[in-house]
Design a protein around this ligand. Structure first.
Ligand code: F6P
Length: 541
């Protein structure tokens, strides 16, 4: 693989591939050549530094990296998460074909379907008012208590599908900072509130602490006996949930072959189901399943996740770009960048290969972003004129949900397209100077000012266009990104499905709590930590 990476580097030089502007000037058919389509979803990657030779080499890279074989291993339940001895089967959760998926000789589909059915019954019971609070009032609000994958997915999708939200109001509490739950509880009436405790492990300190506060909120207002009516739980650790005191008919399980950041398709999606109903949740799963089939069967040049993954690897390891910006032109995708941040960075932020050796080159980039057009008025300055090249990934629907605001949606589209055009085309010194002199600026002053108004251009971007952000389209979009992370992980030769990097901080926090509480001495900690403990203790009121 390293040989192909070297070939790619020399081909970039030889073909001057990073002069994207020149490539457009030379070929009016560039969009047709370097875009791919799956139903109404188009991926335009013509504004990246690719050409035929580079694309052919990237295809070789996918071959040499064994991406297709690894993909089959994932879909068929092989324990590719070998450091934890687990299969990786979030695709089974949305396997709408219902074909058998075997783990340790057992088809998982009957269990998947049974949980989905139980979730549906519960969600519809809450939505219809049939399932009530302890005092007989219908549930008007629910609070998902979870963190990481047990929070980001539910928050992101519930917000994204706001036009379909006709169930009780949704709230999300994640941070161990008491401010989060306190500010949320202020808005709520105990009699009409349901808490969903969502934790794969049911040990996560943030979630358990917030769940205890929520339990106290109900018990203090309605009595201990009311707790059962106001709680539900989602977890793989059913024994631990039982110990918390949540009735088994309100507990929705999933399995260790579902990673936290890939769990939105499981019972972790219960908040979305309560918000938009079981039928729309089914369409969300349908969209992801459609993308799974596409990923599994489409040839590389037409395969959106393959192309996106190959380009991601190319940007990171051939062109050495260290971050990527996720820029949805959709206010309802507000939390999509944060969701992808976990998906991508927790999966591919690894330094050791599957052979236990240091990664050659780089693994995953820093992923960040905000919806447009807001980002334009904040950080786009650096994307356009800063010293780092930041590949941008734009996404835009042809249609919004507000036909009476068509003009605003067209403005949104125009802005999205303008940004990728500006990044690619840039503005030369001569153009900048001519613009200034045409407004009457003196020649020498224009010479002085124009450099500040130059845009180098040739800055890469990928744009996704689709009809509308329906449940189907959202499921498809998330699955697309999941598979892109998979492709990149295979090429980085890492295990994308464990997350040991989060452990050390957790262990140290557990050890530091008694120190912070003044029950133990800070001795043995480094002088900075000791100094900070002492400084905070002196300020404590
Ligand atoms: O600390 C990281 C992590 O383990 C994530 O991978 C996970 O999504 C999150 O914590 C929450 O874990 P749980 O669902 O077990 O509470």
């Amino acid at each position: 693989m390293q040989a192909i990476v070297q070939q790619l580097k020399s081909t970039v030089e030889k073909t001057k591939a990073t002069d994207i502007r020149a490539a457009f000037a030379a070929d009016t058919g560039r969009f047709q050549k370097f875009s791919a389509r799956f139903d109404d979803l188009t991926m335009d990657y013509s504004k990246t530094a690719v050409n035929d030779e580079i694309l052919a080499l990237l295809e070789n890279l996918a071959e040499a990296g064994g991406v297709a074989a690894k993909r089959e291993e994932m879909f068929s339940g092989v324990s590719i998460n070998f450091t934890e001895g687990r299969a990786v089967l979030h695709t089974a959760l949305r396997n709408r074909s219902n074909s058998p998926v075997m783990v340790d000789g057992k088809d998982v589909m009957p269990d998947v379907n049974a949980v989905l059915e139980a979730m549906g019954k519960f969600a519809e019971g809450i939505r219809s008012g049939e399932l009530k609070g302890a005092t007989g009032k219908p549930i008007t609000d629910f609070v998902n208590i979870g963190i990481g994958g047990s929070d980001l997915g539910p928050v992101m999708v519930t917000l994204a599908l706001a036009p379909y939200h006709d169930g009780p109001r949704a709230h999300f509490v994640s941070n161990v900072d008491g401010a989060h739950i306190a500010d949320t509880l202020k808005l709520l009436n105990a009699e009409t509130t349901l808490f969903i405790v969502a934790s794969k492990t049911f040990t996560t300190i943030e979630t358990m602490t917030n769940a205890a506060s929520a339990r106290a909120f109900i018990a203090e207002r309605l009595g201990e006996g009311a707790v059962g009516h106001h709680f539900a739980a989602v977890s793989t650790a059913l024994d631990k949930v039982a110990a918390f005191g949540i009735d088994s008919d309100r507990v929705f399980g999933f399995w260790d072959w579902v990673g936290g950041r890939y769990s939105i398709w499981s019972a972790i999606g219960l908040p979305l189901m309560i918000a938009v109903g079981a039928e729309n949740f089914g369409k969300f799963l349908d969209g992801a399943h459609a993308m799974d089939s596409h990923f599994r069967t489409a040839p590389t040049r037409q395969n959106l996740p393959m192309l996106l993954g190959l380009l991601g690897f190319y940007h990171r390891n051939v062109l050495d770009y260290s971050t990527r910006a996720i820029l949805p032109y959709d206010q309802r995708l507000l939390r999509f960048p944060a969701y992808l941040q976990q998906l991508d960075m927790e999966s591919n932020g690894k330094g050791v290969t599957i052979d236990g050796k240091p990664v050659e080159g780089n693994s995953g980039p820093v992923v960040w972003g905000e919806p447009g057009t807001n980002g334009q008025h904040a950080f786009y300055q650096l994307i356009h004129q800063g010293t780092s090249i930041i590949p941008a990934e734009f996404m835009i629907a042809a249609n919004g949900f507000e036909p009476h605001l068509r003009h605003q949606h067209d403005l949104l589209i125009a802005n999205c397209l303008a940004q990728s055009e500006a990044l690619m085309k840039g503005r030369s010194f001569e153009e900048a100077k001519a613009q200034l002199t045409s407004k009457g600026m003196a020649d020498d002053r224009a010479d002085f000012i124009a450099p500040h108004r130059v845009f180098t251009g040739n800055r890469p971007s990928i744009t996704f266009v689709y009809d509308k952000l329906t449940p189907f389209a959202l499921g498809r979009l998330i699955a697309l990104y999941e598979h892109r992370v998979f492709v990149e992980g295979v090429l980085f030769r890492i295990n994308s499905f464990d997350q040991w990097g989060v452990e050390l901080g957790k262990e140290l926090a557990t050890g530091l709590l008694p120190v912070v509480e003044g029950k133990e001495s800070a001795e043995g900690h480094d002088s900075s930590t000791q100094g900070l403990v002492t400084t905070l203790a002196a300020l404590k009121s």
